[in-house]
Write a protein that binds this ligand. Structure first.
Ligand code: SAH
Length: 206
């Protein structure tokens, strides 16, 4: 596989290696997520703000980040949307993929038992305001944006490369107001105070 880097004496990154990086990223995502998913099933829910639109947004994100690129990597479909691969974009994708995984892993660790795949408040829910949450209110969603950007850099196809960005945009913009309203309802003034000092996905320098 390392041979995929070498081209006439200088270091390059091939399209096949970029697809490999994308696939390893997906596998790492599954490995990080599964234990949290198992624990979440056992943690009691006090209230939820699940809606049909939120489920639809989750399905769109799953299709854009997983289904569409899996089909592309496995079969090459839809080949009509292929464009020329740029090795420098592949390198950028590799770097962004690593940043995504670090952020995803850390935000899961720091959110602990408070995590849900949908919008839920747990029985013993605590408001997490330290670690990454000290700087931004949505580090996990930031990691999803990075994942989608990495996918764009690694897969040179107008549909498979951009599907993740479309799915994450749908999930992020349709959910963010509902999630913050739910947190405000559960934690009142503490959440208002927390929100005053943090950005959503970009830290507030002031
Ligand atoms: N939006 C956060 C969390 C995503 S998981 C992020 O991007 O990192 C979604 C669940 O996390 C929601 O159902 C909510 O109950 C919970 N949650 C969101 N922010 C939280 C916080 N600061 N402390 C504790 N739980 C939080």
């Amino acid at each position: 596989m390392l041979a995929g880097f070498q081209r006439k004496g200088h270091v390059s990154l091939t399209p096949a290696f970029a697809e490999f990086v994308w696939a390893v990223g997906l596998l790492a995502w599954v490995i990080i997520r599964v234990p949290h998913q198992k624990r979440a099933r056992k943690t009691q829910v006090a209230s939820n703000a699940k809606t049909f639109k939120d489920r639809l947004a989750l399905a769109a994100a799953a299709a854009g980040l997983c289904l569409v690129p899996i089909i592309f990597v496995a079969t090459g479909f839809p080949a009509f949307a292929d464009y020329t691969f740029q090795p420098w974009l592949g390198w950028l994708g590799l770097f962004v993929e690593l940043a995504f995984l670090c952020l995803f892993y850390s935000s899961h660790q720091q959110l602990g038992k408070n995590w849900s795949v949908t919008l839920e408040i747990r029985n013993e829910h605590t408001l997490v305001t330290d670690g990454l949450y000290r700087y931004v209110r949505h580090p996990m969603y930031l990691s999803f944006w990075l994942w989608a950007i990495a996918q764009f850099c690694l897969l040179p196809n107008g549909i498979a490369g951009t599907a993740g960005l479309a799915g994450v945009a749908f999930l992020y913009f349709s959910r963010i107001h509902h999630e913050e309203a739910m947190m405000r309802h559960a934690f009142g003034a503490s959440y208002d105070e927390y929100a005053r000092h943090t950005g959503r996905i970009i830290p507030k320098p002031w």
